[in-house]
Design a protein around this ligand. Structure first.
Ligand code: AMP
Length: 460
């Protein structure tokens, strides 16, 4: 038996057999290194990013320890963003699905607090949440952490960057000191070490080589300036590469808005994502981007944190990242799950030192790649593969994805393959369909009966 076999760990049989059904054949590097100390009850610091399998590393640890019969909150997982918290909760439920009655509850900002209080009254074993909201509940007395024996800080560096330090301290003060603490972070700078010293006991450090994960990404550097400005360079790259999904990083919110507007003016399918947006608009933008109805998402680093969007064809650094960690975090979003990714970075004379700091082979500052020919701009802009239809009915109206697929495919004009992602929220449902059948699909959904009712359906 190799040390990367899950069988080398003494997991509960129901956890172990479920891994097989999930298709997890062997441990990822971070799991191989961290699971033994995690299962032995030690505090562990794991340096690994999204995509490394870190969620299962702590998820298996907390589930192994969980006493389901004791209906108390035994684990608290803190995440920087709601998206990450949702993702973590999904993974924990998946890992624990063969254990009976494991109750995982997410508590995040941006959602109404009332229903959360109701859910807390019903009890839970595991809480996954964002620091601000957890602190709110502690203040109101609606959440008690006296029985917590495992605390997990996920993407701890991001939480600190987002200013959650005081919240973290306040929350930790409510958790018994005898707990096990697991901290995951892509970086381990001075402020993180301080947190670790204060909140952890003799932590074991586990580091996974980041360069290995990044090696499947084709990195290209383009110099902009007098001949071709940044925006033109971006348009040229989008015309040349014609990505289905591209994420473009800018430094400030203003740049995000400017770049997005300019792209839209030139007929590119683009939307902006930044911290000033209402949660509802943000959710909608993410739905449109992740179901391929929008090709280009322009975002700040903060806004893009914790986004669960795989398989991006392209990441563009419209401005270079301010440090190596941010750069790696950005480009790590392309080329996940073994596929080759592409990351293009634009820089001008004044940015050259930032590129030099990345210590890349081939000296891209001296030898940037030539930009595509300007004549490419005369081509028709690519348009997205899918179009989203919004149905004015959701979970509250008991609408389920199956009802929508049924209504669309009934009659045979729309095939199953022409339907993309379906997202059902409380009061709306979003269904992505191929552009060329969007009209037919809209007609079928609005004229046909869904759940015996007519709903308003519009193209977004
Ligand atoms: P994470 O880094 O936690 O976001 O995990 C990245 C993805 O890898 C998730 O979709 C997991 O379901 C998947 N995953 C985690 N561990 C394994 C494993 N040992 N084998 C295969 N897939 C895994």
């Amino acid at each position: 038996m190799s040390t990367t076999d899950f069988a080398s760990l003494r997991l509960k049989p129901e956890l172990f057999s479920n891994l097989e059904s999930l298709g997890y054949e062997r441990m990822t590097p971070i799991q191989t290194l961290s699971l033994p100390p995690v299962l032995a009850g030690q505090d562990v610091i794991g340096q690994g990013k999204t995509g490394s399998g870190k969620t299962a590393a702590f998820g298996l640890g907390l589930l192994q320890k969980l006493d389901v019969k004791r209906f108390r909150i035994q684990t608290l997982v803190l995440c920087p963003t709601r998206e990450l918290a949702d993702q973590v909760a999904v993974e924990i439920r998946k890992l624990g699905r063969a254990m009976h009655n494991v109750k995982v509850l997410t508590l995040c900002g941006g959602a109404a607090i009332g229903p959360q209080i109701g859910s807390l009254e019903h009890g839970a074993h595991i809480i996954v949440g964002t620091p601000g909201r957890i602190e709110d509940h502690l203040r109101k007395g609606t959440l008690k952490l006296d029985d917590v024996d495992t605390l997990i800080l996920d993407e701890a560096d991001r939480m600190l960057e987002m200013g959650f330090q005081d919240s973290l301290e306040a929350i930790v003060a409510h958790i018994p000191a005898s707990r096990q603490t697991l901290l995951f972070s892509a970086t381990f700078a001075e402020d993180m070490q301080r947190i670790a010293r204060r909140m952890m006991r003799d932590p074991v450090m586990v580091e996974v080589e980041a360069s290995e994960e990044v090696s499947s990404i084709d990195q290209r550097f383009y110099k902009v300036g007098a001949d071709v400005d940044r925006l033109t360079a971006l348009k040229l790259l989008l015309q040349e590469i014609r990505p289905e999904s591209a994420l473009v990083f800018c430094t400030t919110k203003r740049d995000v808005d400017d770049v997005c507007q300019q792209l839209q003016r030139s007929n590119f399918s683009a939307m902006a994502l930044h911290g000033d947006m209402e949660q509802r608009d943000r959710d909608r933008t993410l739905i449109l981007f992740s179901n391929n109805s929008i090709s280009v998402l322009v975002a700040t680093d903060v806004a893009a944190r914790g986004l669960d969007i795989d398989a991006l064809d392209l990441v563009v650094n419209y401005h270079p990242a301010r440090d190596t960690d941010t750069h790696i975090h950005r480009i790590g979003r392309t080329g996940r799950a073994g596929s080759q990714g592409l990351a293009c970075t634009l820089f001008d004379e004044s940015d050259a030192h930032k590129i030099a700091r990345l210590a890349l082979p081939g000296d891209p500052v001296k030898h940037p790649r030539p930009l595509p020919k300007l004549t490419l701009l005369d081509q028709k802009t690519p348009y997205p593969a899918m179009q989203t239809l919004q149905i004015d009915g959701g979970k509250k109206q008991k609408l389920r994805p199956g009802d929508i697929v049924g209504a669309l495919t009934n009659g045979g004009e729309v095939s199953f393959e022409q339907i993309g992602k379906i997202n059902v929220t409380d009061n709306s449902a979003y269904v992505a369909v191929h552009q060329n059948i969007a009209k037919v699909a809209q007609h079928k959904l609005s004229e046909g009966k869904l759940k015996g009712r007519s709903f308003r359906v519009r193209k977004l």
